[in-house]
Design a protein around this ligand. Structure first.
Ligand code: ADP
Length: 491
């Protein structure tokens, strides 16, 4: 099959979070099974160019219709650790992707409306006719809309779209200017509740809603989250739209690329280890302490890696830092915030805790350090308010780092409580789960984890190894994606 992924991220060259990991990992798995996979991405000026091989301008004359005129683009081609990627570079004074950041600009909806249009125009003009366009998140929600309303009539009538939603919280909103810019026009047609009109703001078009309505199939990244989005509050206002489209909506758990995240082969860590050589994890713990200037002590290291964002339960992270210290543990945090208030708050904490030898806050995005933390920590905290799938707990388990998580979304389906998960045999359990959003809830789970570490090290070790034994690779998820591709392409 010929599959083109259209996305705003691909790890490690463009990565703000799990989306980048998923786009890369799934593509790699599909290719390893003999499918032809290509990726279309924006050419951001701040992406990691050191991870692209053979970058060259492959198409110099891509003209993308925009506001009745056209913007000249170059399309660069290069390999990101073996994946064939096309990077779109517009030459216009809007400087859409030359902002030094991937997201967070006031005109993000316009930037990614342009990207979606350019991706389709590139496919059209270069005569690429994939079986499936796999689009991701709100940034590409307009791709299926434009495909079925415009490009289908220009020679792309056989292309089919799978739309994957990684985060319902960010949906992409725009006004009629988006319609004029992209050439969709017909305001009254698109501002209809059956199409793109937002379910709650009648003056707004909702890109993600467009993606759901127009795609041949829609999925989110775990079955449990699919249920939460459809029936609960996790759809952020799109529950009704999902309900109307439930015949083509499902959940597929993300995988982890064990080519990158594997303690036995990880080149970022000083002492690779596996289940048989679990004791060598201690060497990584030592290196982590040395690198972050933590004192050497027989204490468990509790870690948090993630975006410092409301979604991730920052208040609980903050509380857990102090609680872990009081309970005789050490704490390592790696995270970055786009929200100014959260950013300032954690910088304040960092300065306040600077001289404490049991805690380190690293407020940046640092892929290398992330590997060392997964390998060196004992416990990984994931106290999210909502979590479509969550990769940190999956990676942590592969590294024998026991997850302590809130029971929501994908965390429910992947972490099984050591003490209370009566549905699973003791040897199938993998971590600690709490459910409420208050401080006591996180305290009680951390308490149980830290107690086990101190009072029953053999059991703690066994729990860590049980997590390592699970297979959360892309093998199973790729099977499911292939079934969907196959299903929609015959429609
Ligand atoms: P989300 O996609 O909501 O951000 P996920 O758990 O799905 O959360 O994926 C997060 C990914 O981003 C993981 O690979 C994690 O290791 C990585 N990550 C998050 N924050 C950082 C950071 N500050 N530095 C390095 N890696 C990070």
């Amino acid at each position: 099959m010929y599959i083109v992924q259209i996305a705003s991220e691909c790890a490690p060259v463009i990565k703000a979070g799990g989306l980048g990991d998923v786009v890369y990992g799934l593509s790699r798995e599909l290719e390893s099974r003999g499918h032809c996979v290509e990726l279309i991405l924006p050419k951001y000026n701040n992406m990691r160019y050191d991870h692209i091989w053979g970058l060259h301008d492959a198409y110099r004359e891509l003209w993308v219709p925009w506001y009745g005129a056209a913007i000249h683009c170059s399309v660069y081609c290069g390999w990101v650790h073996g994946r064939l990627c096309f990077f779109i570079e517009p030459h216009s004074e809007d400087m859409f992707f030359d902002r030094g950041t991937y997201y967070g600009c006031d005109d993000d909806p316009m930037r990614f409306a342009f990207f979606s249009k350019a991706a389709l125009e590139f496919l059209l003009q270069s005569n690429k006719r994939p079986d499936v366009l796999h689009c991701h998140d709100w940034q590409t929600g307009l791709v299926p809309v434009m495909l079925y309303e415009m490009y289908k009539y220009h020679g792309m009538e056989y292309q089919r779209v799978l739309y994957t939603i990684h985060n319902f919280k960010h949906q992409g909103f725009g006004g009629s200017d988006v319609l004029w810019a992209t050439g969709l026009n017909r305001e009254s047609y698109y501002f209809h509740y059956d199409r793109l009109r937002d379910n709650f703001n009648p003056f707004s078009l909702n890109f993600m809603k467009g993606g759901i309505v127009y795609s041949n199939h829609v999925n989110t990244v775990s079955p449990h989250h699919a249920w939460e989005a459809h029936h609960g509050s996790c759809g952020f206002g799109l529950g009704h739209t999902l309900h109307l489209n439930q015949h083509k909506f499902s959940g597929i758990l993300n995988g982890v690329d064990y080519g990158i995240w594997n303690p036995e082969t990880d080149t970022h860590i000083p002492a690779p280890y596996g289940i048989e050589t679990f004791e060598d994890k201690a060497l990584n713990r030592k290196e982590l302490r040395d690198r972050l200037l933590l004192r050497a002590a027989d204490k468990p290291i509790v870690a948090f890696i993630g975006r410092l964002d409301d979604q991730k339960g920052v208040h609980l992270v903050h509380h857990a830092m102090y609680y872990a210290l009081n309970r005789g543990a050490q704490f390592v945090l790696l995270g970055s915030a786009t929200d100014r208030t959260i950013h300032d708050w954690f910088w304040h904490e960092k300065r306040h805790l600077n001289d404490n030898p049991d805690i380190h806050l690293e407020l940046s995005f640092n892929e290398d350090l992330a590997h060392l933390i997964y390998a060196g920590a004992d416990l990984m905290l994931v106290p999210s308010n909502f979590e479509p799938c969550g990769l940190t707990q999956l990676i942590a388990m592969k590294y024998g780092t026991v997850p302590v998580v809130r029971g929501v979304g994908g965390l429910v389906s992947t972490v099984f409580d050591w003490d209370y998960d009566t549905e699973r045999a003791p040897e199938e359990r993998t971590g600690f789960v709490f459910y409420e959003t208050d401080n006591y809830a996180v305290e009680s789970a951390l308490n149980r984890a830290i107690d086990l570490y101190y009072q029953s090290p053999q059991h703690f070790r066994q729990l860590a190894i049980q997590g390592m034994q699970y297979d959360y690779s892309w093998r199973n998820p790729a099977d499911e994606y292939l079934k969907i591709y196959d299903h929609i392409r015959h429609k």
